[in-house]
Design a protein around this ligand. Structure first.
Ligand SMILES: Nc1nc(=O)c2c([nH]1)NC[C@@H]1CN(c3ccc(C(=O)N[C@@H](CCC(=O)O)C(=O)O)cc3)C=[N+]21
Length: 293
């Protein structure tokens, strides 16, 4: 069994990006600039946005945190987005999800300039991804593809079972694994909350990608020997014995499933850190595309 080490791999990727930033600078070019829009102050969102800002500093990007009040109106948020779209000094930005209930998420995502949409959530970019064109691949799925590539996990002709059909993880993951190329060329089954006899699928899977948010859902008797496990679940579970007051749990019962797996991602330290690295990779791509224009 081999651990797919997202912490280490994300550091490798960040070092590669940092080296590119140095050569951009040496050539007198402009360094990439990423902004994150955060509405309200949800604890997990704050942690995540904070580590993005820290990573930007670490690799030499410019970064801006746009913190807005929980009760901002949809019109004011749209005005802010227009401002970011028009800011020639900014290469890419993300609007941290979920947004407060009084704001229409779809309306916001549609307002983001696709050229600055480093999350890859705009329909233009999602469509480009499905059509195998150059675009911003959503960071979490992109990070998973990088882990599979860098650890040389075989995916061609394999049966990949994705659990969960979210627009951010499950749905794009199912598309990426079925695309031509390596990693890819997989035969994909996309399962979800209405799937009957889920175990029939997981027991026959060569690769399982879970994005469910149910701690330790996937048990040892639900998988076959040699399976490849990608655990995208991150749920904070209260734990008074921990100094933070919580522990982070994945969708996979790691103790049980790791005994049968050929490769497995840990939680924490698996897919999570990769998400941040790939957001930075997308921002570098945004800078390159803008410098061509
Ligand atoms: N517009 C937008 N784009 C996103 O990509 C996006 C989002 N909104 N909203 C929330 C989710 C979640 N997400 C995570 C990224 C990294 C970790 C991460 O680094 N996790 C660490 C643990 C961090 C901790 O202590 O909580 C790990 O797994 O090792 C977690 C979660 C990005 N998301």
């Amino acid at each position: 069994m081999q651990i797919l080490d997202g912490k280490k791999t994300s550091e490798d990727i960040k070092n590669e990006i940092a080296a590119e930033v140095q050569s951009i600078k040496a050539a007198g070019g402009k360094v990439p600039h990423l902004a994150a829009v955060l509405v309200g102050n949800n604890g997990a969102s704050l942690t995540y946005v904070g580590s993005k800002v820290k990573s930007c500093e670490q690799i030499g990007f410019d970064s801006t945190l746009v913190a807005l009040p929980e009760d901002i109106t949809e019109a004011d948020l749209l005005a802010k987005i227009k401002e970011l779209n028009e800011d020639d000094n900014l290469d890419g930005y993300i609007v941290q999800l979920p947004l407060p209930k009084h704001i229409d998420e779809e309306k916001i995502l549609l307002a983001i300039d696709p050229d600055k949409d480093v999350d890859g959530f705009h329909p233009t970019n999602f469509g480009r991804m499905a059509l195998e064109m150059e675009t911003f691949i959503p960071a979490t799925p992109f990070g998973i593809m990088q882990l599979l590539e860098r650890y040389k996990v075989e995916t061609a002709g394999k049966h990949t079972v994705v659990i969960g059909r979210s627009h951010i993880v499950g749905r794009p993951m199912s598309i990426l694994m079925s695309r031509k190329g390596n990693p890819g060329d997989s035969t994909v089954t996309l399962t979800h909350s209405r799937t009957k006899n889920l175990e029939e699928f997981t027991k026959n899977a060569d690769i399982i990608i879970t994005a469910l948010g149910v701690p330790e859902f996937l048990k040892g008797d639900m998988v076959k020997d040699g399976v490849v496990i990608i655990d995208v679940g991150i749920t904070r579970v209260d734990d008074a014995s921990n100094s933070k007051g919580y522990v982070i749990k994945g969708d996979v019962d790691f103790d049980e499933v790791s005994k049968k797996a050929s490769f497995i991602t840990p939680v924490p330290g698996g897919v999570g850190p990769m998400t941040i690295a790939m957001l930075l990779q997308n921002t570098l791509l945004a800078r390159k595309i803008r410098s061509r224009k």
